[in-house]
Design a protein around this ligand. Structure first.
Ligand SMILES: Nc1nc2c(ncn2[C@@H]2O[C@H](COP(=O)(O)OP(=O)(O)O)[C@@H](O)[C@H]2O)c(=O)[nH]1
Ligand SMILES: [Mg+2]
Length: 215
């Protein structure tokens, strides 16, 4: 079987997971990157980020997805966490109204710390617990529309819409990047970013930067 070495990718995209403690961020990440789920609620330890490489529009995209180490409980996420991120998955728990009410607070946090062009998807997680639902899908849709976010209900437990959530954000980011690269080419006849380059959507000229990844 042919296989690619890990560093062979066209784009490395940093994404962050945010949302209240206990909404399922770490399990969404482990479901997406390792197809694993854990029932115990021990708070996240260790990993700063996990990666998964996937194909989008014929390009090899390496998604580097950062998870908090539980510091969201103390509202103490540092700006290093957001630095260089081109996408965010903002998670709430459909059985916890408070976690949905806090979406606004997380959006403010993104506005204050992340790049203004960051692509945001809101995920209402734990859709398998429909009998305990405290947030209607309709209310969530309304908020998403008002704030200009994509929205999906997900279940890390049942592996529902996890793949789709990341695919949607990464595709949206990829389209922004490729449009900027085209515009830059047209305007300055410069080449598109070289394969393997870390991309920052904030770049007004769509060029390359070495942001990303170190804390
Ligand atoms: N029923 C259900 N439980 C979930 C789901 N995702 C996470 N959990 C549980 O919710 C708790 C908190 O999950 P965790 O991933 O640690 O949340 P985090 O604090 O946001 O990282 C754990 O007990 C998980 O097993 C889900 O989709 N459905
Ligand atoms: Mg966690």
């Amino acid at each position: 079987m042919a296989h690619r070495v890990d560093h062979e990718y066209d784009y490395l995209l940093k994404m962050v997971l945010i949302g209240d403690s206990g909404v399922g961020k770490s399990n969404i990440l482990s479901r997406f990157t390792r197809n694993e789920f854990s029932l115990d609620s021990k708070s996240t330890i260790g990993v700063e980020f996990a990666t998964r490489t996937l194909q989008i529009a014929g390009k090899t995209i390496k998604a580097q997805i950062w998870d908090t180490a539980g510091q969201e409980r103390y509202r103490a996420i540092t700006s290093a966490y957001y630095r260089g991120a081109v996408g965010a998955l903002l998670v709430y728990d459909i059985t916890k109204k408070q976690s949905f009410d806090n979406v606004q607070r997380w959006l403010r946090e993104l506005r204050d710390h992340a790049d203004s062009n960051i692509v945001i998807m809101m995920a209402g997680n734990k859709s398998d617990l429909n009998h305990l639902r405290a947030v209607s899908e309709e209310d969530a849709h309304m908020l998403a529309e008002k704030e200009g976010l994509s929205f999906l209900e997900t279940s890390a437990l049942e592996a529902v819409n996890i793949e789709k959530a990341f695919q949607t954000i990464l595709t949206e980011i990829y389209h922004i990047i490729s449009k900027k690269a085209l515009a830059a080419q047209a305007a300055a006849s410069v080449a598109a970013p070289a394969p393997g380059t870390t991309i920052n959507v904030a770049d007004s000229y769509g060029g390359t930067t070495k942001s990303c990844c170190s804390t």
